[in-house]
Design a protein around this ligand. Sequence first.
Ligand code: ADP
Length: 611
Amino acid sequence: MKRSIRLKMITIFIFLFVVLGTIAIWSITNFTRLGSAIEAIMEANYQSVVSAQSMTLALERQDSAELASMFSPEDSTADIFVYNQNEFLKALSRAEDNITEPEEPAILSSIGELYVDYVNRYYVLSEIRREGTVEEASSYYYKNILPLFEEVKQLTRDLLTVNQEEMLAKRNRALEVARNASFSTAIISSVAILLGVLFSMYLIVKIVRPITLLIEKIKLIAEGDYKQQLPVKGNDEIAELSREFNTMAARLNSYEEMNVHKLMEEKQKAEGIVDSIGDVVLVTDSENRLIVLNRAAEKIFDIRKEEVLRNHFLEIIKNEEIFEQIKKTLGGEKNEEKNFVDVNLEKEGEKKYFRVKSKPIKNEQREIIGVVTLMQDITKLKEVDSMKSEFVSTVSHEFRTPLTSMGMAVNLLLDGTTGDISEEQRELLEALKEDQERLNSLVSDLLDLSRIESGKIQMDIQPNSLDEIVENALRPFPIQLKERGVKLNIDVNKDLPKVKADFNKISWVITNLVGNALRYVPKDGTGKIEISARKTMNKVLVSVSDNGTGIPEDMQEKIFEKFVRANDNQGGTGLGLAISREILLAHGGEIWVSSKQGMGSTFYFTLYFSG
Ligand code: ADP
C-alpha cells in the first residue's frame, strides 16, 4: 500500500487535534477542580466561621446584659439578654446544619449543653437579684455564671479555630491544584509546540524541499540542459512526481540528442554540398557577417573558415564591388537592369575574372535575413573573348586596305576613267560596289568595336546637354521618318542637368537605337518611336521605345553581344548594340532592353549627371 502524503497529513492533523483537545480538557478539569476547592472552602467552612463569630458576639452581649442587670434590674437588660439568646441559638443551629469537620459535632453538642445551663443560671441570678442582695447576686455570678460563660466562649472559639484551620488547609490544597495545573499545562503545551515544530520541519523536508528542487531542475530544463534527474525516495506522491519528472527529462534528453545528431548530419551534408561546388559560395547574415563559405572561397581569398566565420564581410574580403552587390540584395533592391557584376581579382600575380551573383535568403515572414553570393570563375571565357576580339581586330585591320583599294578600283571602273563599260558590266560593278560598301561598314564597325574594347579609343567625356545630344543624333532621320509615316515623339526636358558624356559617341548610340527602331516599326503609317529622359537618384535614364515587332525573351540579353541578330531578314551587322554597350560601359553607364514580342521594345541606358 502506498504511504501517501495526504494520509500522513491527515494523521498528523488528527494527532495535533487530539493533543490540543487533551490540553483543553486538562485545563477545563483543572479549572473545575480549582473552582470546587474554592467552593468547598466557601460552603463548608465559611458558614461555620460566621456562626462561631455570631455566637461569641451574642454570648458577650448576654454577659454584659447580665452584669448590667445586677446593678440596675431593668427590663431593658432582660430584653437584650433574650434577644441575644435568640441570636445565639440561630447561629448555633446554623452551625449544626453545616457540620463539615470531624471535631465539630462534639464541640457543638458541648456548646448546646453548656449554653442551656448558662441560660438557666441567668434566670437563677435574676431570682437572687430580685429577692437577695447585690452581694449575693454578684457572688453567684462570679461563682456559677462567669466560669460557664468562659467555657462556652472557649468552645465557640474552638469552633472558629477548627474551621479557620480547615480553610487554611483547603486554601493550600487549592494552591497545590493550581500549581499542578500550571505545570502540567506548561508541559503539555511544550509538547504541542514541539510537535508543531516537528510537523513543520517534516512538511519542509517532505514536501517543500523536493518541490524547490523540482523547480530548480525545471528551470534548468527550460534553459536547454536536459540532463536533469531528481532523487526518488519512498513511495508517496512526491516520489511519484520525481519518478515522472525523471522519465520526462530522460525522454527530452534523448529527443534532444537525436535532434542534435540529425542536425549535425544535415549540417555536414549541407557543408559537403557547398564545399563540392566549384564556384565560390559565400553566405552572409543580416549584419553582413560571413556565416558560410566553401573551399573554393577559402582558396581564392586565402582564408580559413574557422578563423573568419562571424566576422564582417569587409574585414575578411576587402572587395567593395562584391560588397555593394551583397548590400543591394540585402536591401531588397530589385535589379531590373542585371543581377550580376563582373569583378576581377589578382591571385598570385594572375588576373582572374568572376561573375558575382547574389540572392536573398528569406524567412517565413518573407523578410530578408541573409544573402547567398555565388562567384563564377569566368577567366577562361574572358580570355577566349579577348582572343576573339584580337583576331577580329587583326582581320578587320588586314581587310581595310584591300577593301579601300577595291572600292577605289570599282569607282574608277564605274566612272569610265578606264574606258567604256557595257550595261551588263555596269550592273555587275554596281552589285560589287554595294557589297564592298557593306563589307567596308562591317569592317569599320568591327574596328571601332575592338578599339573601344581595348581602350584604344579615348572617350572625350564632358558635361553635355542631353537635349543637344538627342537633337544631333536625330539629324539623319527626318526624310526616312516621313517616307515611312513614323511618328517620332521626343520627351526630353531642356532643364535637365548636364550629363557626363562623349557628345559624338552618345549621339551615335541614340542614332543606332532610333535606326533599329525605325527598322522594326510597322510601315503602314502606325509606326511610333518615342525618346524620353528622366532623372533618377544621380543618373539620367534615357529610353528609346517603339511599337515594333519586339524581341523574344531569350534574346533580350544576347542581342548586346557581337554578331547576334534576332531577326535575320532585316540586314545589319549585329554589332550596333555591342558597340553601344561598350560605349556606355566606358561612361560608367549601362544599357538594357525591356520588350514583349509583338508589342514593341524599349531600350534604356543610364548616364551620370555632371557635378
Ligand atoms: P543590327 O545591325 O542587326 O541591327 P544590332 O546590334 O543593332 O545589330 O541589333 C541586334 C539585333 O537586335 C537585331 O538584329 C534585331 O534582331 C534586334 N533588335 C535591335 N533593335 C530592335 C528593335 N527596336 N526592335 C526589334 N528588334 C531589335
